[in-house]
Ligand binder design. Structure first.
Ligand code: PAF
Length: 286
């Protein structure tokens, strides 16, 4: 396994691999790898000749405070990558990704404003921009993302389509702890009491899922119930909940799949989870 920090060097090496006819699978991460990331790496390892993992805590997609607090464990991350048979770890520093003259960004103006996106447009713009940079540097044939952030996933798919990136986006179901809490690097920041309180998230999703599967199309009533359940746990602060069409992210459109989405703050840490329920009444993203 090779660890590369220079974007130019990474690009050169992987272009050579591609010229030699090798397929490349990319798993982009912010570091502090957990079982969810391992599931992505394992999927990539199955069919690509080369697996590259990027570990870059992108400062532009966080507030200064959230960036400082984000957990980091580079040595442990490298051990995990090695154990999973990763070929290249791309670990750039912020200076090499964003030199002083850096002035570009990727925008998907309509879709970015869906769900609660308008309040954090800057966040998704920063995610799209760094993902576009990683795609250009690593030139993957396939890129792997978790289904845990369906808004991010929809935006990346739209960007790939609109900007003709020759890359297949593969989404992998969210990994959950036995008690139902979705795995996230941020879970490590929770106190035992906060972690217990966070279990309201899978409960809220389950309650909404039962209603959607039961044929309810009154999305306002469903989100009201969800909000009430969250408000009932004093240490959990509602960010937003949504029940929308999974493709367009529109609340008033009824396609094949319905997305149930929950975003809350527990002790100031943002936690999200979601489930996609299809019209044949089978839940995906289990
Ligand atoms: O979901 C993430 O881990 C990050 O947003 C990503 C895609 C690695 C971009 O920094």
């Amino acid at each position: 396994m090779r660890v590369i920090s220079s974007p130019r060097k990474m690009n050169k090496i992987l272009l050579e691999e591609k010229m030699a006819g090798k397929s490349i699978g990319l798993v982009p991460t912010l570091g502090y790898l957990h079982k969810g990331h391992i599931a992505l790496i394992k999927r990539a390892r199955k069919i690509n000749d080369i697996v590259a993992v990027s570990i870059f805590l992108n400062p532009k997609q966080f507030s200064a405070k959230a960036f400082r607090k984000y957990p980091k464990a580079p040595k442990q991350d490298l051990n995990i990558c090695k154990a999973e048979g990763v070929d290249y770890v791309f670990m750039p520093n912020a200076g090499s990704m964003y030199p002083e003259s850096f002035d570009s960004s990727v925008e998907v103006p309509q879709l970015i404003g869906k769900l609660n996106g308008n309040s954090i447009r800057w966040h998704y713009r920063a995610v799209l921009t760094v993902v576009a940079k990683l795609f250009n540097i690593i030139q993957p044939n396939r890129a792997y993302f978790g289904k845990k952030d369906p808004h991010q996933l929809a935006l990346i798919k739209r960007m790939v389509l609109d900007l003709n990136f020759p890359i297949k986006i593969i989404s992998v179901p969210t990994k959950r702890a036995k008690d139902g809490l979705a795995l996230s690097s941020r879970n490590s920041l929770l106190t035992p009491e906060e972690r217990e309180a966070a279990l309201v998230i899978p409960k809220v999703i389950k309650a909404a899922e039962i209603k959607v599967k039961g044929g309810s199309t009154d999305r306002k009533a469903i989100t009201k119930t969800m909000t009430k359940m969250i408000d009932g746990v004093s240490s959990v602060k509602l960010d937003f909940v949504a029940v929308v069409d999974a493709d367009s992210l529109d609340a008033d459109r009824f396609g094949d799949d319905t997305l149930i989405y929950v975003s809350v703050f527990v002790g100031g840490k943002k936690l999200t989870d979601n489930r996609v329920v299809n019209s044949s009444r089978q839940s995906r993203n289990k």
